[in-house]
Each structure stands twice: as C-alpha cells, then as structure tokens.
Ligand binder design. Structure first.
Ligand code: ATP
Ligand code: MG
Length: 876
C-alpha cells in the first residue's frame, strides 16, 4: 500500500494519540545541552524526564523528531538507508506502559495501519531478554525462526554515560526481497547485506547501571522507540532506497536540472548532495552556522562534502545553494520554520561553496608542496599526521591524497592513519552522546540525590537558607579555611551562569565561617544551583543556616549590560534589517559581546545610528517589564525567541515598551535609564555571516570617556597646545615634516654625489680606466645610482661595482661608461658575481643591478665583478 511521507507521519501520530499519547512538536536540532552536538534521537528532548529531573506534561508522548547524526556521515550515499538529517517517529512511556504494550502496539501499527505483510517482518531481541521473546512469540505469534537474538553491541541501549539508565531493545526489520544480495537469508537481520532493513527500534529502559557495571531494576521503567521516516517511506513506496521516495525526489530532480546530469549515472553524488543540502537547510534554520569548531565544524564538513560531490558532477562554481528553496518548498508545511531560514541557509551555503572551492585549489598546492619537500629530504613515508591534516583541515579526500602519493612513489602508515581517524570519529561520537554533562550530573546525583534548589535572586540580592551540601573533591565534607569547594543551599539569590550572563559573585556566611563565591553553575538539568569558591575564614558545615549576599555592584553592572543587549538587538534589526538574529552573547559587568547574523561589516554611520537609537531608549528611561506567560501567548505577542534555544511551557518575557520583547531568563535593569550610557567599542567579523559587537555601559562607558579625554589632553600637552587646537597643530606638524623630508632628501643626494665623486677620484686607474669598488653601509639602492651618476659627470672611462644591504638583503650595482660597456657585457658579469650572493641580476648595458639572499659574501661579489671586468678588458 503506497503512503507518502506526510501520510506516514500522520498515521503514526494519530495511532499513538488513539492510544492515549500526547502529541508534541519536534525540538530543535541544536539541543540546549551544550555538550551534545545535535539532537540525534527522539528521546533527546525528554532526557530530563527519563532521568527524573523534570516533570513530563504527560506520561505517554508521541513525536516526529528532526535528527542529525554525524556518526553516519561517511556512510551517506553508500548505503540505501543512512542520512545525516532524518526524521524519527517515536512513542515514549515515562514510567507508564512497558514492553508488552510497546511490542503489541508496534505490531498493530505496522501490520494493520501500514498493512505490511507479516511474513516479511523479522525482529531482533537482546540475547538474554526472554520476556521480549515471549511477547513476540506467544502474544504476537511470530515464528521462532524470525526472532533473532543479538548481542550487547546491537540490542542493548545505554547508559548514556559511565552510569545511568539502560536496557535491552528490540528492532523490527523488513525483508526487501530476494533481489537484494545477502550471504545467508535464513539468518535474517543477522545476515550481511541490505536485504533485511531495520526500520524501528523499541528501547526498553529497565535498568540502572552503577559505577561497577552492576544492573539494578529501575523503579520506573521507560519506553523509547524510534522509527526512521525515510526508511518507512522506502518500504511503503516499494522503493529500493530512501532516495527514491517522495521525501527526496523533488530534491534529486532539482540536482539533475542544475547540473544537467542523470541520477542513474551518478547515484552517489546525487544522494550525498540531496542528503547534505537537506541537512544543512534544516540545521542552519535551527541556528547552526558553519565554523571551525564544534557544531559549526560538523556543518562545515557536511557543506564541504557536498561541494566535492558537486565537482564530480562537473560544477566548478557555487550552485548547491540553489537547492535550498526546493527543500523549503517541499518541507515547509510540516516545518514552517524553514521559510524564515531560507535566505540565511542560501547565503551561508553559497559562502561555504565559494570558500571551499578556493581552498580546494590551494590544498592541491599544499599537497604538491608536501610532496616536493618529502622528495627533497629523501623521505619515502609521509607521516600519518600530515596526511590526516590534509584530510581534515584541507578537506582533501583520502583517495585523492592516496593517488598523488602513489604517483610520486610515496607511502604513508595506513594503520596509524586509520587509528588517528578512528580516534577523531570516537571524539565526535562521544560529543553527541553527551558524555560530560552526564558525568558531572551523575556525580551530583550520587552526592545529593534528586533535589531541587530555588533561585530567589530576581527580586532580592540577599537571602538566608539552610546548607544542603558542602562538597570538596567530589565528596561531601566540611569545608575549612583555605578549602576550595562547592556549596548547595535550599534557595539562593545567586544567579548561575546562563543565557550568556556571567555568574554572580558574593559571600556566604554562617555562624562559624565565611565563603567567597567565585562562580555559580547549574547542574542536574538546571535543577540544582552550585556555588563554587573558597572558605576565607572558619569552617562551613552542612545543616547550618547561611546568609547569602550577592556582590551588588557587580550584579547591577551586569544588569545594565544585559538590558543593553536587548536594546541593541532591537536597534540592529531596525537599522540593518529583519535578517539580524542574535547568535551567542556574553554579558559581564558593564561589558558585553553580542554575535548576530549579518553579511558585511557595518558602516561607521550604521554603528553610530545604532548607538544613537540605544541611547535614545536609555534617555527615555522606560520601565523594563518582566512577566511570565505561555510560550504560545508570548509568540503571539511577537516576543523574540533565541535561535536554537529550548523553552518550557511557561516562559519569562522581558519587555522594553514599544522597543523590544524577548524571552529571557537573565536579570535586568529596572529602568532603561539605569544603563547610564551605552557605547560600542568594536564591530568585527566573528565567523562567516556572523558579526560581533562589543559594547560597554554605565561605569565602564564613563571610564572609557575619561580615558579618551585624558588621551586627548596628554596629546595636547605633548604637542604644546590646547585640546581644540590638536588637529590643526598636527596638520601643521605634518606639513613641516614633509618639507623637512624634501630637504633631507636633497641633502642626502648631495652627500651621495660627493661620495661618488670622492670614490672616483681616489680609485685605481689602469690604461685610463677608473676601477671603483665599494660596499656601503645599509641604504636604499637608489643612493648607489646617485653615486654612479656622480661618477659619470667626469666623462671619463670607468667601471664601478657597488654593494649595500637593503632590508638585510644584499644588493649589487655594476655600472660603466658607454665606451667600456661596449667591450664588457655587464649583464653577464653581474650574473656571475651575483652567484656569490645567491641572486640574479639585469638592467641596461651601462647599468645593471642584482639582488640576492646571502649577504655574507657581498664584498667578494663586488671584487669579483671588478676582477671579471678587468679580465674581459685584458687588464688582468
Ligand atoms: P543502523 O544500524 O541502520 O545504522 P541504528 O541502530 O543506528 O540503525 P537507531 O539508533 O536504533 O538506529 O535509531 C532508530 C531508527 O532511526 C532506526 O531504526 C532507523 O529507522 C532510523 N535511523 C537511524 N539512523 C539513521 C540514519 N543515519 N538515517 C536514517 N534513518 C536512521
Ligand atoms: Mg546507526
């Protein structure tokens, strides 16, 4: 039964709605967990629910989730079923139903709604999971030989860090038919090849794994399933690979039109490009930007890989960006955010194409240079690290590198190279599984259990609260004078670093001691606020009543800066246009950095206009309104949400009336007038398509002004004039300087002329010809020409060889009177002499000049030139 991609999504979600699930939207491809590269599965946005750190809106949830997997990047184009970006359909149970329902419903959906023939379905289970076997065999009625037991590698999920929830899984496979190659069909999914195609994974999270690897039953068991939409579409549409489905066809057609090539003749290139441009469009829309690190680097690699395949299709100029509108058109009904992301996606992809096409030609050069170097040094084996650099930094494909090495009889240690590449892949895998955040989280869970601390610092900067935990070196212990450690209390006025705003500083005191707070961070999914710092006197113990005081000056200065970022954001959109969107930001005391999307540097007039608008808002001294509302309501009111940020149901809105409205959890000035003064100190490029502004407020702005004033005053003093005369005075000084320069030049000419004449008079004379040789201290070569001209003024036969250093490089001038030059070819002589200084020369018959690189034998060169002239004149 044919079903379109759209239909499959609807059937899936409706089915689980019928089974009591709440339908929720996909979360962004950029998870708010900074250690996680991209959203790689449907459960990512629900992790806090599964870990018991947050309350879910329902126990049964169903979604279609945008996913991006960097671990599958190299596979894309070479298998029928792997993408970087794909959509995952999922149903989730958070401590509600378990294995039996999950399996029975999966079977019902697949055989009755999707109407897949049961005899084509196979399942795998974890080797020890007899419970699943029982359900598949006895309740579903699947014959024993189509239930395949597999090992931990394939059918056991998690834990996502060293410890945590985990469990067996069961995967459903579809038999694509005999025409697909397969080593042994009776093995089903365990066979090699792509005949048996996994399309749905049911994960049964039932255990908790502790530090020693022991498994214990979880009190609340979870279900987490993932069905690949593209794979399901291939099955429902009877297509050999995902790329022939309706989800890809318009994109594939567009590539054909843009390149004039045929899909059937260029399968891999078409598939890679279709996949990658789809991924880039979705990722850029969600806020990813190509760069040289982290997420941005993955995006850049995807872009570069598509450019390389574009070259295979014979396109040497940017064209891939023209595929973006096709992706948007095709997906905008389900993902309307793509409409707003189209322009940015096109611009960024085009820039990447231009830049990489340039790099490719220069990386080729780098490779050539490397080969030359190796040959010169007589090295036959190119270090694997160098090859990796070519591959990774310059993006040269390994097979190209290999070819070139072979052509030049060079080799590399392949094993080592593979090791380096594996290691690198391991790192990027680890980062999307989010190792680190989970690690600190597990330490804190172990230390304090599932607690929640409250932030009271929006309205007050002091508070008293009970100390829940004092931590040092990852264990709970009293903190003594000099100890560095962490303190957790029930409620705190300290703002933890988040949303770009730096942490509060301050002091925590108890009856027995004082603790200086240097940093404040949130852990356990934002539930727990941790104060880091040092005990400055006495001792701090758990259970004590503590008095918490935020450093008011610092906090106020950060509030001024934070509110100013909102004013700036709105001003930029007014001056530069609506394409401006905030990227990262960092807010410190009376200083901030603000990144935003824009494609060229701002003109001084634009910067001034932005600064003027912001200060106008400051002068109007508007009240800053802060309120909570639902996400929907806030969006309706036109509040700006941050790109790639995840928001809960209730959001905090910060409004400057008639100017700016943003979702924001930061702390703010009460009125715009508090900001005092706003000033932009720099505007620069942060990365391609992203500009960066640094600005100051309040006291820093005032100090800046004072410094400028002092600078002008100092300059005026130094110039011996008043402040308002500084410019005029400088102009006059410049004028004087120019005149002096002229005068000096004239004097120098006279000196060189005199020098030339003196050398001439004193020089050796043979047969009426003067022979002059001299090496001058470093000077401009034009001085030598002046000296030669002076010699010519005698109108007598001569040869002069003069040397000097210019910028530490030797220069040789050889001149002769016309009669001598007729007999001696000066060019030949100078070239011979220049070989002493590692150089070459040339010029007119009566005046030649040579430059070199080796200064040590300059005087030898000069003497050799004279000697050679004498020899050619028959005088030596
Ligand atoms: P495979 O072994 O085929 O790579 P997987 O075991 O990595 O798949 P899971 O992590 O279990 O897949 O993800 C759940 C489902 O998501 C899979 O059954 C599949 O339908 C889909 N899926 C996973 N990775 C991809 C991908 N790179 N491209 C398209 N769909 C995918
Ligand atoms: Mg996989």
């Amino acid at each position: 039964m044919y079903m379109s991609g759209d239909e499959i999504r609807s059937v899936y979600l409706s089915f689980f709605e019928e089974k009591g699930h709440l339908r929720l939207p996909s979360s962004s491809l950029l998870p708010d967990d900074p250690t996680l590269m991209f959203t790689s599965a449907g459960m990512v946005q629900f992790k806090p629910y599964f870990l018991g750190q947050a309350q879910p809106p329902a126990k049964r949830i169903t979604t279609v989730q945008k996913c991006l997997r960097t671990g599958d990047l190299e596979n894309v184009g070479h298998t029928s079923r792997h993408h970087t970006f794909f959509e995952m359909l999922g149903n989730f149970s958070i401590g509600d139903y378990f294995k039996k329902e999950a399996i029975l419903w999966a079977w019902e959906l697949v055989t009755q709604r999707f109407k897949l023939p049961p005899e084509r379905l196979w399942v795998t289970i974890y080797q020890d999971d007899d419970e699943s076997f029982d359900i598949w065999h006895n309740l579903v009625g699947l014959p024993e030989n189509r239930i395949v037991r597999m090992g931990k590698e394939e059918n056991f999920w998690g834990p996502p860090g060293p410890t945590g929830p985990c469990g067996p899984c069961s995967e459903i496979h579809y038999d694509m038919g005999e025409e697909w190659p397969c080593d042994d069909p009776s093995k089903g999914p365990a066979a090699e090849g792509e005949r048996f195609r996994e399309f749905w994974n049911l994960v049964f999270t039932q255990y908790y794994q502790d530090e020693n690897g022991n498994l214990s039953d979880l009190p609340r068991k979870n279900i987490d399933t993932g069905m690949g939409l593209e794979r399901m579409a291939a099955i429902m549409q009877g297509k050999p690979t995902n790329f022939e489905t309706d989800l890809f066809q318009p994109i594939i057609e567009a590539i054909g039109q843009l390149t004039g090539k045929k899909y059937e003749e260029n399968l891999v290139a078409f598939r890679v490009i279709a996949d990658h441009i789809r991924a880039l469009t979705f990722a850029i829309t969600d806020g990813a930007v190509p760069s040289n690190e982290g997420r941005g680097y993955v995006i850049r690699r995807i872009a570069r890989r598509s450019v390389r395949y574009g070259l295979q299709l014979g396109k040497e100029e940017p064209f891939l960006y023209n595929i973006v509108p096709v992706v948007v058109e095709h997906y905008k009904n389900w993902y309307p955010e793509l409409i707003g992301g189209q322009d940015l996606s096109m611009k960024l992809i085009k820039q990447e194409e231009e830049a990489f096409l340039r790099t490719l030609s220069s990386s080729q050069r780098y490779l050539d240079e490397l080969v030359q170097q190796m040959k010169k040094q007589g090295i036959k084996e190119v270090p694997a690290e160098e090859v990796f650099r070519l591959y990774d930094t310059y993006g040269l494909p390994l097979d190209i590198i290999d070819d070139v090495l072979q052509e030049n009889n060079l080799s590399t240690d392949k094993e080592k190279l593979n090791q380096i590449i594996e290691q690198y892949k391991e790192q990027s895998r680890a980062s999307w599984k989010g190792g680190e955040a989970v690690l600190t989280d597990t330490i804190f869970t172990r230390l304090v259990g599932n607690i929640k601390t409250e932030f009271t610092g929006y309205d007050q900067l002091e508070d008293s609260s009970t100390i829940i935990a004092t931590v040092k070196d990852n264990s709970r212990t009293e903190l003594h004078e000099g100890d560095e450690g962490a303190i957790i209390v029930e409620h705190t006025p300290f703002y933890a670093e988040s949303g770009g705003q730096e942490a509060d500083h301050g002091i925590i005191t108890t009856e027995t001691g004082t603790f200086r707070v240097d940093d404040v961070q949130k852990v356990l999914g934002g539930n727990v606020i941790v104060h880091y710092g040092q005990v400055t006197s006495g001792v701090i113990k758990e259970g004590q009543q503590a008095f918490l005081q935020v450093d008011i000056e610092r906090r106020k200065a950060m509030q001024r800066a934070h509110t100013a970022t909102h004013l700036l954001h709105a001003a930029l959109r007014r001056v530069l246009g609506d394409h401006v969107r905030q990227g990262g930001s960092k807010v410190g005391p009376d200083w901030f950095r603000f990144d935003f999307s824009h494609f060229e540097s701002m003109s001084p007039a634009q910067i001034q206009e932005v600064e003027r608008l912001v200060n106008e808002q400051v002068l109007e001294n508007k009240e800053v309104n802060i309120f909570f509302t639902s996400l929907d309501e806030a969006k309706k009111m036109g509040a700006m949400a941050l790109f790639g940020e995840k928001y809960g149901e209730t959001v905090r809105v910060v409004e400057v009336p008639d100017w700016s409205m943003e979702l924001c959890g930061g702390t703010h000035a009460k009125r715009t007038g508090d900001i005092g003064l706003f000033h932009i100190i720099s505007e620069s490029a942060s990365s391609q398509g992203i500009r960066r502004i640094e600005a100051i407020t309040g006291k820093k702005a005032l100090e800046h002004l004072w410094n400028l004033e002092k600078l002008v005053k100092d300059v005026a003093e130094e110039l011996d004039t008043s402040k308002d005369m500084v410019v005029q005075k400088l102009q006059k000084l410049n004028q004087d300087l120019k005149e002096k320069d002229k005068e000096i030049k004239h004097l120098i000419e006279r000196v060189h002329t005199a020098e030339g004449k003196e050398l001439f008079t004193k020089a050796e004379e043979i047969n009426g010809i003067k022979f002059i040789n001299a090496v001058f201290p470093p000077r401009d070569p034009s001085a030598l020409i002046i000296a030669v001209d002076a010699m010519r003024s005698f109108n007598k036969p001569f040869v002069a060889a003069l040397g000097t250093l210019n910028n530490e490089k030797p220069v040789l001038v050889l001149a002769a009177s016309p009669d001598v030059a007729e007999k001696v070819n000066l060019r030949e002589v100078v070239n011979m002499a220049a070989s002493y200084i590692g150089g070459k020369g040339g010029g007119r018959p009566t005046l030649v000049q040579a430059g070199g690189t080796d200064a040590s034998r300059l005087s030898v060169a000069v003497q050799q030139a004279i000697y050679e002239c004498k020899r050619r004149l028959g005088l030596a």
